[in-house]
Design a protein around this ligand. Structure first.
Ligand SMILES: NC(=O)c1ccc[n+]([C@@H]2O[C@H](COP(=O)([O-])OP(=O)(O)OC[C@H]3O[C@@H](n4cnc5c(N)ncnc54)[C@H](O)[C@@H]3O)[C@@H](O)[C@H]2O)c1
Length: 336
């Protein structure tokens, strides 16, 4: 088993990674909790025993669950069941469950404790760690949310035995991102170590910049185009595959700006394809124009003053603002 600490000023917490770590849940709930509201999906064949009175609250599948209507439904259910501020919420599932349960926990009674039992590869390497929670609006992805750090995160690798192959690929999209953020070549490591290395890197970044005022924005590498593709396809396209394409797109933009050479762009393609992910926008996106994708970039949370992306360069990825639409459009042609 691996244990990584996310060190924060006043609410540090552990991330446990390994087979069966979900069984540590009772020790990681607050002492005050006499009830635990379990937020999960019916298709997740894993349960977490909190060791106290519990009730299961199901959310719908996919990004549809990331809505303000579902947050209201959950909070009303918590209230009707009698969940108090001393109790806890437990998410059991992928990134959708941890984002939604985390946000419901952040706003219910102005904040109750939450523990994430992450059961998808994507949630284990990324979504469950770092305290970003939230839901989507029709105008774009993750536009409403809160920073709400969990009490603990349990990345139970045994649960991955039932994860569909397509969802594994989704997690690999984020693992490919960590390659370029400094984790290096992860593909050759056993899966549990790949996860632990990603969690270590994310914990370092989150510890240094909990509220994304600087370095944490680097975790959005590949997400500008990634989120635009997801939004343009109304979330019928997986997050990890969208991020993987976003990594290659960001490399093309960086190359057009003279920040990286062609060899480094090829490295992006090679890493993404080594995880079995698509490297070009296929026919699914033929109806979506470059201008439409650009309009999503303008609503991106990073674009506070001008078009902004995380771009690779001589010193590694960094946030770059003031990007010209012409360059962004030209780079889109290079990945079609
Ligand atoms: N908060 C953050 O920092 C952060 C970071 C990255 C991604 N995210 C969010 O995470 C979401 C994507 O997460 P995801 O890829 O885990 O998707 P998901 O939560 O929709 O899970 C994918 C599918 O796999 C199922 N599943 C999960 N675990 C399973 C298991 N062990 N066995 C069988 N089926 C299982 C789920 O029920 C779902 O049907 C996106 O909404 C994205 O925005 C958040």
């Amino acid at each position: 088993m691996f244990r990584v600490e996310v060190k924060l000023k006043d609410h540090s917490y552990p991330v446990l990674i390994g087979d069966g770590v979900r069984n540590a849940l009772p020790e990681l709930l607050p002492d005050s909790a006499s009830k635990a509201a379990i937020v999960t999906r019916p298709n997740i064949p894993w349960q977490a025993e909190p060791g106290c009175d519990s009730q299961v609250f199901h959310i719908p599948d996919g990004e549809q669950a990331k809505s303000l209507a579902i947050i209201e439904e959950l909070c009303r259910g918590f209230s009707q069941w009698g969940l108090t501020r001393a109790d806890a919420v437990v998410a059991v599932g992928g990134g959708v469950a941890t984002d939604v349960a985390g946000f419901a926990a952040a706003v219910y009674h102005r904040g109750v404790a939450v523990v994430h039992v992450a059961t998808s590869l994507l949630a284990q390497v990324d979504a469950a760690i770092g305290g970003k929670t939230g839901v989507n609006l029709p105008e774009g992805k993750n536009l409403v949310g809160a920073f709400w750090q969990p009490q603990a995160v349990l990345c139970d690798t045994e649960t991955l035995t039932t994860l569909p192959e397509s969802e594994f690929k989704c997690g690999y999209g984020e693992i490919a991102k960590y390659h370029f953020l400094g984790a290096g070549n992860l593909a050759s490591l056993p899966l549990v170590e790949q996860i632990a290395r990603c969690v270590e890197l994310k914990a370092i970044i989150v510890s240094a910049d909990e509220r994304e005022q600087g370095q944490r924005a680097l975790l959005n590498y590949g997400h500008t185009l990634g989120h635009a593709l997801e939004s343009a396809r109304q979330y019928s396209f997986t997050h990890g595959q969208a991020v993987a394409l976003g990594l290659i797109y960001a490399a093309e933009v960086a190359h057009l700006l003279g920040r990286i050479d062609e060899k480094r762009v090829s490295e992006h393609r090679d890493v993404v394809s080594s995880f079995g992910l698509e490297t070009r926008l296929n026919e699914q996106f033929s109806q979506i124009s470059n201008q439409e994708l650009l309009s999503f970039f303008k609503r991106d949370k990073k674009a506070t003053k001008s078009l902004t992306m995380v771009l690779d360069g001589a010193a590694g990825p960094e946030v770059v603002s003031g990007l010209s639409p012409d360059v962004l459009l030209a780079a889109m042609e290079r990945i079609r």
